[in-house]
Design a binder for this molecule. Structure first.
Ligand SMILES: Cc1cc2nc3c(=O)[nH]c(=O)nc-3n(C[C@H](O)[C@H](O)[C@H](O)COP(=O)(O)OP(=O)(O)OC[C@H]3O[C@@H](n4cnc5c(N)ncnc54)[C@H](O)[C@@H]3O)c2cc1C
Length: 474
């Protein structure tokens, strides 16, 4: 007897796979099945509400300027639950010599749009300040290299200290990545073009009003991001979404594709969307396309661990949304968000919710610590930074191994090669955070684009890195 058959099989029910399912529904292509290895859909997105705290195991928000997701939430009837970050309280602190100092206002991820705050900051030496000032009066670089690492670009412009105390902590807090590895074009796609024309600082200064977002910096949903996953799952329906269904093998078949699930069940489909981390997609493709599998598995991934500490009564905290810890300062912690300041309703009235971010490319081994050791590490490092602090009233730990794709300077060319190799297999789509952005809106859109392309072959998918892979610190 031939195995059961569906038109489209989607493997992986993270936000990318759910986006693919939602797009098929919107196109009334209802004959699909979404298979998820874990016990619940959502992938790294998971919220637990308990005792007045909203614990997010993975992401806690999306960039407000990514309006596509805000729009989708409205389309899904979640408009009333969209919650904006409390930007008036916004300030990011950076640790230097055991003191928390504000990120100079006007610093835009990798470069300053104003020199005044740079001159005034105690975060940088005069030598670096002078280099930054000189850049404001510098000429363009007529022929910068094709793409390069953030560290190479910024090191050339501003020197090593700006990399260590500004770029590196921001990139670790946002991408779990290192400036020596991450691609400038992926992180800040317009910067190389700006520098070609003249001074980067002057260009950012001229654009600063345009850059000032009308949207809040970050958005989330009042009950947590799980709400988005739950609503997508409800619309897709239990008949089309199967959890605890790990695909263990794949092969091309006369019908198109055959998948073998853990336990031996077989399924056939005409089309296949792999909405998986690139390394997981590689494992499934390796038996029949070693070249594609090799390209996919060459995309590096960072790991993440979030330690959430809930207090019914807030301990004394410095102002702002939280702190970033430069690697030179010798802490394992990459960042700490004061979630209850970032969004309303994250902790009971008068309470606090601190989210400590560990791991990244630098320290995947931290995920191997047991819960008691993680608690001990988190509290010790927090006390070193913030001073005396009681133990938390509530605590959650989540570990996300190999969860965040890292876009290196090779990424653009690699993605093109992956696109060419993938198109040799009609009916195969790839989606997830390895391709066109690692933030939730980009991943969701990658799933939708893959479904669109398979539904209407020839329709082009979103271009590579049209937007930076923006996600929020901690
Ligand atoms: C700690 C952390 C914090 C983040 N913070 C933010 C943030 O604040 N804002 C933001 O925009 N982005 C953030 N991101 C990034 C963003 O959340 C992710 O890039 C995005 O959610 C990834 O979605 P995905 O569907 O591509 O992958 P995943 O969420 O990894 O989903 C893949 C799914 O595939 C399943 N799967 C794997 N193998 C198989 C198999 N063989 N068969 C069946 N199923 C399989 C997995 O179980 C998983 O559910 C964060 C990421 C992390 C890890």
């Amino acid at each position: 007897m031939s195995p059961p058959r569906v038109r489209t099989l989607i493997v992986g029910a993270g936000i990318a796979g759910m986006g693919a399912g939602y797009e098929l529904l919107a196109r009334q292509e209802n004959d699909f099945l979404l298979l998820e290895a874990g016990p619940r859909p959502g992938g790294v997105i998971a919220t637990e509400a308990a005792d007045g705290f909203v614990f997010e195991a993975g992401p806690d928000s999306w960039l407000g300027m990514k309006r596509s997701l805000t729009q989708l939430c409205r389309e899904l009837g979640l408009g009333d639950e969209i919650t904006a970050s409390q930007d008036r309280a916004r300030q990011t602190l950076i640790l230097r010599n055991r003191r928390l100092l504000p990120l100079p206002p006007g610093w835009q991820l990798l470069a300053p749009a104003r020199f005044g705050p740079i001159a005034a900051t105690r975060l940088l030496s005069w030598r670096t300040k002078l280099r930054i000032a000189a850049e404001f009066f510098s000429r363009g670089e007529p022929q910068p290299p094709a793409d390069e690492s953030v560290a190479a670009f910024l090191g050339r412009l501003y020197g090593e200290e700006a990399v260590e105390y500004l770029a590196a902590p921001l990139l670790a807090g946002v991408y779990g990545g290192e400036p020596e590895e991450l691609s400038l074009d992926a992180i800040a796609p317009r910067m190389r073009a700006m520098k070609r024309e003249g001074s980067l600082g002057r260009a950012l200064w001229r654009n600063r009003r345009q850059a000032a977002p009308a949207a809040p910096l970050f958005s989330t949903l009042r009950p947590g991001l799980q709400r988005l996953v739950d609503e997508l799952a409800r619309r897709i329906g239990p008949g089309r979404l199967r959890t605890r269904a790990r695909v263990e093998q794949l092969r091309p078949s006369a019908a198109g594709w055959e998948a073998v699930l853990a336990g031996g069940e077989r399924l056939q489909s005409e089309r296949l969307i792999l909405a998986l981390p690139a390394w997981a997609a590689a494992e499934l493709l390796r038996s029949f396309d070693t070249a594609l599998a090799a390209e996919l598995s060459a995309i590096p991934y960072g790991s993440a661990m979030i330690l959430s500490l809930g207090y019914f009564q807030s301990p004394p905290l410095p102002p702002g949304f939280g702190a970033l810890l430069p690697r030179r300062e010798g802490k394992r912690m990459l960042a700490c968000s004061f979630s209850h300041r970032k969004f309303p309703g994250r902790a009971p009235a008068g309470g606090a919710l601190l989210r400590l971010f560990y791991g990244g490319r630098r320290d995947p081994a931290v995920l191997e610590l047991d819960d008691a050791a993680v608690r001990e590490l988190g509290l010790r490092e927090l006390r070193e930074i913030l001073g005396p602090l009681p133990g938390p009233d509530r605590m959650r730990i989540s570990r996300q191994p190999r969860a965040m794709a890292q876009y290196t300077p090779e990424h653009r060319r690699r993605r093109e090669r992956i696109g060419t190799l993938r198109r040799r297999w009609p009916g195969l789509g790839l989606a997830g955070n390895a391709y066109q952005g690692i933030g939730i809106p980009d991943c969701l859109e990658s799933g939708r684009a893959a479904a669109r392309e398979l539904a209407m072959p020839g329709e082009s998918v979103a271009p590579l890195l049209e937007d930076p892979a923006g996600i929020s610190p901690g």
